[in-house]
Every structure is written in structure tokens, then in C-alpha cells.
Design a binder for this molecule. Structure first.
Ligand SMILES: *[C@@H]1O[C@H](CO)[C@@H](O)[C@H](O)[C@H]1NC(C)=O
Ligand SMILES: CC(=O)N[C@H]1CO[C@H](CO)[C@@H](O)[C@@H]1O
Length: 922
């Protein structure tokens, strides 16, 4: 959540001292004048207002003269790394360049040879113990050629000037420093004002700008004790201008040209009422781009945790032009360009060489990790509010879900459940019996999720504050004094999660004898950018100090990752490694997918924000954060019935589904908008629950391969250029295509279906590939099943996912032009880590030559479940069957009843998902 009173424009003093009535009055004023509806831009820096960004953006093409000394090239003993020395002839400063190989991936690292002080290298984002791979090295006079595999991936390192060309399947797909804009500000002594420029000193070192050694913004001064140390480099993509990634932004899925705007900014911030179609920084930062073309796909990760800005060049004409060029095959203007600028750290870039989008996703997942399979309940529907007031309120809301027959799996408590915003405590007046309350919820198979933020109330007697003070667990300023900022509790300090001792301490707090709760309590980590109400840009000053003597500047974008890593450890310890943790985080960085689900933060009750939820979650999904959703209804302001309904219908088909609202909004539980809307919301939520087996199977595959459940169309149809800009519809797995209705008063939607056969998932009407205009009513959620897919569902909808765990399946089989289809079905104990020891069942299901057959992929699994198949629905058969027969160990050989011409519905095949079976259609 975001501080509500910030909209009044009063500062720290204002909102602590101004009486409530005045705050209210100011809020009313802002409503009247409509000035509270947008972000206060003056709070956040532009590139021009950020010293290093301004310096780096002024760099012209051809600026850099860095030279690689090829004769210095050293190949490591296992040929997985080549090291060169690099010199900047302007002043003679020396650098080290490493090229390292992993399976399908090149890593390019550049640091000063002997920096004045160590420069920060990102920790914890990548998986530990990465396996490198050998390269073949061929040494030429002007370049060295490094090859992975046969000649699948090649990096050609040129000496003068420094440039690296990357080839995938012999096509040039990326170029590092091809425009010679690399600029590496080496660390230096602070010059005396009276110093004359020294002989032999580089020209850059002679320029002194005031922003280099101290910088002020919005009344805060950054003391910059280390001086200027920014880095920047260009990375271009000769084959394409279709670039994706760089979350988190409330912007288009396909990156836009930034020539006439600010660069895209990555700096984790708590932005109040964020604007749409905007490259301003938001809560998370994933410095990762995928450049996609029908010829080849390549990914680039710029592993740096400091403030980062990225310029994107995708031609003057932008998107339309680039598509025209793609179609026309024109060579000009095809190249997409990026230039990356970070305030500190080193240059550390990864090139994921593809060649297909699925390969890039897999390669990225192997280095940064994938989303572990979530517990089944956590992909159900969640109910949250700032705040459910007390035990009665919470239990009444819970009971109403049953009364109105709307399935849901967890209820959430925001900050007001605590005793005075002291985390790991309960307000004893409002929540006198937390354990009993949670047990009441979990007896119906549901969970409680409570919020735990990283700021700690500075109150003597509060155990956490006392421990943190006595055991030295807080972030400090550069003089060693504990940093104090302002957040929900008032005066607060911030745990330094970079310190292993702090992570261990935080993890220990989840023990059930420390935090009154149960194993059915899960965690929401908010405000972890970190949000500091009175800090520069609402966050921590850059010259604060973390464990290891690193400035906050170096590690800012990692703070949230360290917070959720500690929480994850706490949940693991609490259940003695048995249960899969569930955490929702707002801040995120590369690798956060290994620990948490993510939501798009404090959005707004308007149609634009509903539409934005799709590209935002798609962008996060392709960047690893696959368990993504947006607050249903919009966090700020009050949605009307139509918007709430459309939002439910949209969110029911997104990976993370949660209704949440600001404390000043009206109640918006799903039964509060009249009987008809309640019924329509019920139907949307039931559709979600019917598809839980499909989502669950997709999340299992996501852990294995990195492929996210929610996918842009181009991920599935990489050669269909019509799909490249699409962001109002998406795929779920490779079987379903969704085009939710996201316009107010819409009576129709235009749906693009790629080549092939498609079937309306609910009416079974057949469609061919192409653009279709569909009439929509208030109950419409256009969902299409791809001909060639098999979708597992459960059609006995109960009050929670838990209660459906033993229910039988209905399979939806949609045949392609050849009368074939395939799909998978995964099941396990829905909550523990035992699946990693083989306790699960995976079915590979195929339809071919009139026969539907299922094979247990892991027949030796000890996992047992009574789940069986109760119905099979087939579309696309070219003749009506005369008889249908099932064969399996449990049913023997038996003829089956079926009905309907179209679709054909097979009743009670009775086969088990733990056995192989066949159904013959004659
Ligand atoms: C738990 O449920 C029981 C039975 O409905 C009720 O009497 C009790 O007050 C509930 N306790 C709490 C703390 O919610
Ligand atoms: C089918 C199955 O094994 N279901 C398990 C799902 O998780 C619950 C606990 O939440 C177990 O009790 C079930 O056995």
C-alpha cells in the first residue's frame, strides 16, 4: 500500500501534526480539483536531475576509445573463461574484461584492474554454483572468436576499439559497444578545488561537475563519498526492434523509443498513484531485455543493482515502422538499440543466445532460477483489504463467501492487525485470539496471509527494536549511526537484510512460539523498496551503509530480494522444510521468482489500470516473475460494478488473483454490487477454479523449464509478426488464449487468433485463425482453446481449492487439422516439497488415430491419489462415433456412454490418473 495522505502534498511535519480534519479537507480539495489523480512527478527524478544519468546520456556515439589488448588474452584451464586487459588510451586507465560461457549463454564482465576501492558485484540474484561450459577459442589478429557448442553461439571480441559481436546459428543477433558509447567512470581521489589538471590524466577526469561529489534533490543531499563511478554501454540487436522486458513499468509490453522521453528507469520506488504509459520507475527492477524476431531471439541481462536508466532506440517510426520493415524484409531500420547506464558497480552482462524464445526463457531460468511450484491454494482466489478490522469482521467476510457460494482460498490482514505497526505482534483488542481465528479459517481448508514489512518501529520495549539495537541489525549512516526514517509506525529503522546474521534473526521470528500464528499463516512483504516516507524519492538515502561496507547506492534494487529471501528461510524453518512457502512481494529484482509471487502494487480503480494489468504481468512473466497479478478493482478509489466485474473476469485468467483495496475506499467484497453482479462474479471465479488443474500443471512446467503460465502470444507463435505488439490478450500455457473485456460499456472485442483451429472454450464454437469481432455481453470472457490441445479441469466447484483436491477431472480435447491433440496433467500432495523426491504423478495425454491415451510419465512414483477422470469433452472429430471403449488396469475393457454430436461428451470413463489408459473411438 502507499501512504494515503501523501496526496495532500504535506510533508513529514504536515502529516504528523496536521489535525485529521485538515488532512480530510485537503483530500477533498484534491478530489474537487482532480489533482490527486496523478503521481506527484516533482518527487521523482528525471534523467536530467540525476547527475550520472545526465553525464552518461551526453555521451556521443564514437566516444569510447577503449582498446582490448588481444595479446594479453588468457584462456582458463577448462576453457570456460577468457580474460583480457583493456586500456582507455585517454589517460591510460586499465580494466579487465572477462568473457565466460554457460550452456547457451555468454557473460561479459568488465571492471577496473585495480580500483581505488572495491566496486560492488551483485550477489544473491543468480543461482549459486553455476555450471560453466568450455569454449573453443580461435585467435585472430584483430579479433578472437569464442564458440559454444558446434557453432551454435559465437562471441567475436574485437580489440580496437573494444566491441563484441554475438552470433546465434551464424546470424548476428547482438553487439556490445558497437556504437562506442561505453563509458566507465573509474574511482578517483577527490580533487582539491585548486588542483591543476595533472599531466597524462584523462580528459574525463579533468571535467568536474558539481554533481560528481555531492548531489541534492528535493531537500535531500547525497554526500557521495566515493565520487563519480557510473558505467554505461550500448547493446544493439541487428535483427529486430521488437524488444520486451525491463519490468516494472506501467507501460506497453513492447518497449517504446526513448529518444524524445526520459530513458526507462529502474530504481525500486513506492510511487503514489502511478501513471500509465510511462517509463518512470516503479516498485521492481529487472534489467533484462528480450529481443525477438522470427529469425532469432536473444536475451540480455545487465546485472547491476544500482539505479539504472536504459535508452531504447526502435526507429523513428517506432512500432509500426518496424513491423512494416519486418514484413517488407527491409534491411534498414531493422536494428533495435539499447544503452544501459548504472550509477555504480561493474559491467556484468549476460547474453542468452536462444535461438527460440523458449530457449532464451530456459537459459535465463537456469541462471536466475524459476518459480517453485506454488501450493495449490495460492493459485486460487484471495481476499484482502486494508483492513479487516477485527476477528468478527474477518470471520463474517469468510462466512459470506460461503453464504454467497463464491470459492476463495485465503483472507489477508494488512498493517492494522498489528499492535501499533509493530510487526510480529497482534493488536490484542481487535485480534485477541489469533491462533483460534486462523484455525477457524483453516478448518475450511483456507489460509490467512499477514503483512510483514521491513521497517521496524523505534519504540523502547518492542522486542524487535530492542534486539535490532542490541544485536546491531539495522542499516546505518556513513558515520555508523543507526539510520532513522519515517514509515507506517512513525519513526522507524530498517533491518539490514544484507547481513546473514539479520536474515537468520528475521527467519527465526516465524517460529510459531514467537509469532502467534499457525502453519496455515503465510506472508505478504510490502514496502520493501524500501519505502521511506521522508526519504529522497520516498526511499532510503544512497549514502546509508549496509553489511560488507556497501553503500545503499550499490545495492538499492536488491533490498526487497534480501527481505523475501529471509522470509522464505523463515517459512522453511517454521515447517522444518516440509511446506512450500507462499510470499507476496511488491519490490523485486532478478531472482525474486525463487521466493515470491508479485503484484503490480498500488494501482487505481480505472479502466486503464485494468488494461495495464495485462502487459505488466506479461512483462514480469517473461522476466521470471511468473506468479503475477494486479489488485482486483484497483487499490485506490472506488470501482463501479461494471469495472469490478470486468476486473474479476480478467484476473480469473491471470496467475495471481487477489481483491484488495485502500483503507479509504468503500467495501468491495464480491457480493456488494447487487445480485446480478454477484452471480456474474461467482461464475468468473468458478471458471478460475475449474481451471486450477491446468494452472497447477503449468506451474509445475514453469519450475522445470522457466516457461511462464501467462504468455504473450509471440512466445507461442514466434514467427507470426501480427502477435508481436499484442497486449490486450494473452495465452495461458499453449492451450488457451484469453481476450478479456477491458473497455467500459464494450459490446464487442476484436480477437486475433493465430493460424490454426480454435474453439470457444465455453460454447465450443469453432473459429479459424485471423481477426474476429465478437459480440460480448456482461457475462462474456472470450477464451479460446487451441485445436491440438488437451486441458485438464475439475468441474465440481467447491468452497476452496483444498476441498476440490480429490475430485475427478474433466478433460477438454480440441483436435487440430490432423485430428490430433496433446496435453499434460500434473498432481501431487498440493503443499509439500515431496514432489521434488518424485512424489507426484504426471500424465502425458495424446489423441491420435481416433484414440485418446494417457501415460504416466513417472510410473514408479510412490505418490497415490484417488483422482480419476469423470468426463471427456471432444471437439473437432470429423464423424460421430459409433462406439467408445476404455481400457485400463482399473476399468478393464469397457464400453462407455457418450452423448451429443458436437461436442462429444464421454461419460464416466472412470480411469485413474495414476494408471495408463486408452479410449478408443470408433
Ligand atoms: C471460532 O469459531 C467458533 C465456532 O464458530 C466461534 O465460536 C469462535 O468465536 C471463533 N473464534 C474466533 C477467535 O474466531
Ligand atoms: C490429493 C492430496 O494429496 N491432497 C492433499 C492436499 O493437501 C492437503 C493439506 O492441505 C492434504 O491433506 C491432502 O492430502
Amino acid at each position: 500500500m502507499s501512504e494515503s495522505t501523501r496526496k495532500t502534498g504535506t510533508g513529514l511535519l504536515g502529516w504528523t501534526c496536521v489535525p485529521h480534519a485538515l488532512v480530510l479537507y485537503l483530500s477533498i480539495l484534491c478530489v474537487l480539483f482532480n489533482s490527486c489523480d496523478t503521481v506527484d512527478r516533482s518527487k521523482f527524478r528525471t534523467c536530467e536531475q540525476s547527475g550520472f544519468c545526465k553525464r552518461q546520456r551526453a555521451v556521443k556515439e564514437g566516444y569510447s576509445k577503449y582498446k582490448v589488448d588481444l595479446s594479453s588474452g588468457q584462456v582458463s584451464s577448462s576453457s570456460d573463461k577468457v580474460t583480457f586487459s583493456v586500456v582507455n588510451p585517454d589517460g591510460g586507465h586499465k580494466f579487465v574484461l572477462d568473457v565466460i560461457a554457460y550452456d547457451g549463454v555468454f557473460r561479459v564482465k568488465m571492471n577496473e584492474e585495480s580500483p581505488l576501492l572495491p566496486r560492488y558485484e551483485v550477489e544473491h540474484a543468480l543461482l549459486p554454483d553455476l555450471k560453466t561450459t568450455p569454449m573453443q577459442v580461435s585467435k585472430g589478429s584483430d579479433s578472437w572468436t569464442l564458440t559454444i557448442g558446434k557453432d551454435d553461439a559465437i562471441a567475436q571480441v574485437f580489440g580496437d576499439p573494444l566491441r563484441i559481436d554475438f552470433f546465434s546459428q551464424r546470424k548476428k543477433v547482438a553487439v556490445f559497444n558497437g556504437r562506442s558509447t561505453l563509458k566507465f567512470e573509474h574511482l578517483r581521489q577527490k580533487p582539491d578545488v585548486n588542483d591543476e589538471p595533472k599531466e597524462g590524466e584523462d580528459s574525463e577526469n579533468q571535467v568536474q561537475e558539481p554533481s560528481m561529489w555531492e548531489e541534492s534533490f528535493g531537500g535531500n543531499t547525497d554526500s557521495k563519498p566515493r565520487g563519480p563511478e557510473s558505467i554505461a554501454a550500448d547493446i544493439d540487436f541487428p535483427l529486430t526492434q521488437s524488444l520486451y522486458g525491463l519490468p516494472e513499468h506501467a507501460d506497453t509490453l513492447m518497449l517504446k523509443d526513448t529518444t524524445n522521453s526520459d530513458p526507462v528507469r529502474l530504481y525500486n520506488l513506492d510511487v503514489f498513484e502511478y501513471e500509465l504509459d510511462n517509463v518512470m520507475a516503479l516498485y521492481g527492477a529487472i534489467p533484462y531485455v528480450i529481443a525477438h524476431s522470427p529469425e532469432s531471439t536473444v536475451g540480455v541481462l545487465w546485472l547491476n543493482a544500482a539505479e539504472t536508466w536504459i535508452d531504447v532506440g526502435v526507429s523513428k517510426g517506432g512500432l509500426v515502422d518496424s513491423i512494416v520493415n519486418l514484413v517488407g524484409g527491409s534491411e534498414e531500420n531493422k536494428e533495435g538499440r539499447t544503452r544501459w547506464m548504472s550509477e555504480s558497480g561493474i559491467i556484468d552482462t549476460f547474453f542468452f543466445m536462444g535461438p527460440t524464445p523458449a530457449d532464451v526463457i530456459r537459459q535465463y531460468g537456469k541462471l536466475t532460477g524459476t518459480t517453485p511450484l506454488p501450493q495449490m491454494w495460492s493459485i486460487g482466489s484471495h481476499q484482502c483489504r486494508w483492513n479487516y478490522n477485527d476477528e468478527d469482521d474477518l470471520l463474517t467476510v469468510d462466512a459470506n463467501f460461503d453464504k454467497y457460494d463464491i470459492p476463495y482460498d485465503s483472507i489477508w490482514l494488512d498493517i492494522e492487525y498489528t499492535d501499533g505497526k509493530k510487526y510480529f505482534t497482534w493488536d490484542h483488542h481487535k485480534f485477541p485470539h489469533p491462533v483460534e481465528m486462523i484455525q477457524n479459517i483453516s478448518s475450511k481448508g483456507r489460509k490467512l496471509v499477514t503483512i510483514l514489512d521491513p521497517h521496524i518501529k523505534r519504540e523502547s520495549g518492542y522486542f524487535l527494536h530492542e534486539d535490532a539495537t542490541n544485536q546491531d541489525l539495522y542499516v546505518k549512516d556513513k558515520n555508523g549511526k543507526i539510520y532513522e526514517g519515517w514509515c507506517w509506525p512513525g519513526s522507524s529503522s530498517y533491518l539490514d537484510f544484507f547481513d546473514p546474521k539479520v536474515r537468520q534473526y528475521w527467519a527465526s521470528l516465524f517460529a510459531l512460539d514467537k509469532f502467534p500464528s499457525t502453519l496455515d499463516t503465510y506472508i505478504w512483504n510490502d514496502m520493501n523498496e524500501p519505502s521511506v516516507f521522508n526519504g529522497p524519492e520516498v526511499t532510503m538515502p544512497k549514502d546509508m551503509m549496509h553489511y560488507g561496507n556497501w553503500e545503499h547506492r550499490d545495492v538499492h534494487n536488491l533490498y526487497g530480494l534480501m527481505h523475501i529471501m529471509s522470509t522464505y528461510e523463515g517459512l522453511i524453518q517454521r515447517s522444518e522444510n516440509r511446506l512450500r512457502p507462499f510470499i507476496l512481494t511488491r519490490s523485486h529484482y532478478v531472482g525474486a521468482q525463487r521466493y515470491a509471487a508479485v503484484w503490480t502494487g498500488d494501482n487505481k480503480a480505472d479502466w486503464g489500470h485494468l488494461r495495464a494489468s495485462i502487459p505488466m504481468c506479461l512483462s514480469l512473466s517473461i522476466s521470471g516473475m511468473s506468479h503475477c497479478g494486479a489488485d482486483i478493482g484497483g487499490f485506490f478509489h472506488n470501482p463501479d460494478a461494471e469495472l469490478v466485474l470486468r476486473w474479476y473476469q480478467t484476473a480469473a485468467f491471470q496467475p495471481f488473483m487477489r481483491n484488495h483495496a485502500h483503507i479509504e475506499t468503500k467495501r468491495r467484497e464480491p457480493w456488494l454490487f447487487g445480485d446480478q453482479i454477484t452471480a456474474l462474479i461467482r461464475s468468473a471465479v468458478q471458471k478460475r477454479y475449474a481451471l486450477l488443474p491446468y494452472w497447477y500443471t503449468l506451474f509445475y512446467e514453469n519450475e522445470k523449464t522457466g516457461m511462464p503460465p501467462m504468455r504473450p502470444l509471440w512466445l507461442q507463435y514466434p514467427n507470426d509478426i501480427n502477435t508481436f505488439p499484442i497486449q490486450d490478450q494473452h495465452m495461458i500455457g499453449d492451450g488457451l488464449l484469453v481476450h478479456p473485456v477491458t473497455d467500459q460499456g464494450a459490446t464487442n472485442v476484436q480477437v486475433y487468433l493465430p493460424k490454426g483451429n480454435w474453439y470457444d472454450f465455453y460454447s465450443h464454437k469453432k473459429y479459424e485463425g485471423g481477426t474476429h469481432t465478437l459480440n460480448v455481453g456482461e457475462d462474456s470472457i472470450p477464451v479460446f482453446q487451441r485445436g491440438g490441445s488437451i486441458i485438464p479441469t475439475k468441474q465440481r466447484i467447491r468452497r476452496s481449492a483444498f476441498l476440490m483436491r480429490r475430485d475427478p477431472y474433466t478433460l477438454y480435447v480440441a483436435l487440430d487439422e490432423n485430428g490430433e491433440a496433446s496435453g499434460s496433467l500434473y498432481s501431487d500432495d498440493n503443499e509439500s516439497f515431496e514432489y521434488r523426491e518424485g512424489h507426484y504423478v504426471l500424465n502425458s495425454i495424446k489423441f491420435k488415430n481416433g484414440r485418446l491415451s494417457s501415460k504416466v510419465v513417472n510410473p514408479n512414483s510412490p505418490f497415490r491419489t484417488p483422482e480419476w477422470v469423470e468426463r471427456i469433452v471432444i471437439v473437432g472429430l470429423n464423424k460421430k462415433p459409433s462406439s467408445i471403449e476404455a481400457r485400463s488396469k482399473s476399468v478393464g475393457q469397457t464400453s462407455l456412454e457418450f452423448e451429443g454430436d458436437y461436442p462429444i461428451v464421454i461419460r464416466k470413463p472412470g480411469v485413474l490418473i495414476t494408471e495408463d489408459w486408452e479410449i478408443e473411438i470408433a
